[in-house]
Design a protein around this ligand. Structure first.
Ligand code: ADP
Length: 201
């Protein structure tokens, strides 16, 4: 058996990454969820949470012991220095936990693992993947799908899209593009083809 195949899955906000990830899970592919890891490392009892409280103040922790994300954001995203301080606490933990989950999948004998990472291309992490999959949807369609969901207004959606890497740059990094401009019914066949390609590597 060869080394485990690392598949990076990415796409702009609202492109349908979560939807595609669900289909991949249904087809037996293990998924490492970057957003989930970022949340996990600041759960109550985790060292990163205690360090954040030390640096940014105990009031970023709620009465129930959980992180007040908005409170932390208000204190951390004031300037580059504070943002760097936040990152110096969280990034090493995120990197270590991500590596641990890849290792666990490999030790479990998985042939491939999917890394679900919204900022895969933005952060240059696509270069560490064996296969890069981009879920692609036109900006205006993503705006239509996102406005009203997740409590987001149109301006907020457009601001978030503009903060990410442009679609053409993301697409240029892709080995496989999943076109999700159509209906949800168009996805399973594309995901089947992707799984076939992954299994053939
Ligand atoms: P992401 O994880 O990339 O942000 P989601 O998978 O959450 O995107 O999809 C964004 C929104 O669009 C969700 O409400 C989802 O149900 C919806 N959606 C995804 N694919 C389609 C599609 N092909 N047609 C219509 N709505 C879709």
């Amino acid at each position: 058996m060869g080394p485990m195949i690392k598949v990076g899955l990415t796409g702009g906000i609202g492109s349908g990454k979560s939807t595609v990830t669900g289909l991949l899970l249904e087809r037996g592919l293990p998924v490492v969820d970057a957003d989930q890891i970022a949340r996990d490392i600041v759960q109550p009892g985790q060292p990163a949470l205690a360090e954040l409280a030390e640096v940014f103040g105990e009031d970023i922790i709620r009465g129930d012991g959980s992180l007040d994300r908005a409170g932390l954001a208000a204190k951390a995203f004031v300037d580059a220095e504070h943002t760097a301080l936040l990152n110096s606490i969280t990034h090493p933990r995120i990197a270590a936990e991500t590596a641990r989950r890849f290792d666990a999948a490999e030790k479990a004998g998985e042939q491939a693992v999917v890394y679900d990472m919204p900022l895969l291309v933005d952060k240059g992490l696509d270069r560490g993947m064996d296969l890069v999959v981009v879920v692609d949807v036109d900006v205006e369609e993503r705006v239509r799908r996102l406005v009203g969901s997740r409590g987001l207004g149109e301006e907020d959606v457009r601001r978030r899209i503009a903060a990410q890497v442009p679609d053409d740059v993301r697409r240029a990094a892709a080995d496989v593009v999943i076109d999700n401009n159509g209906s949800l019914e168009d996805l399973p066949a594309q995901v089947d083809a992707l799984v076939e390609r992954i299994r053939a590597v």
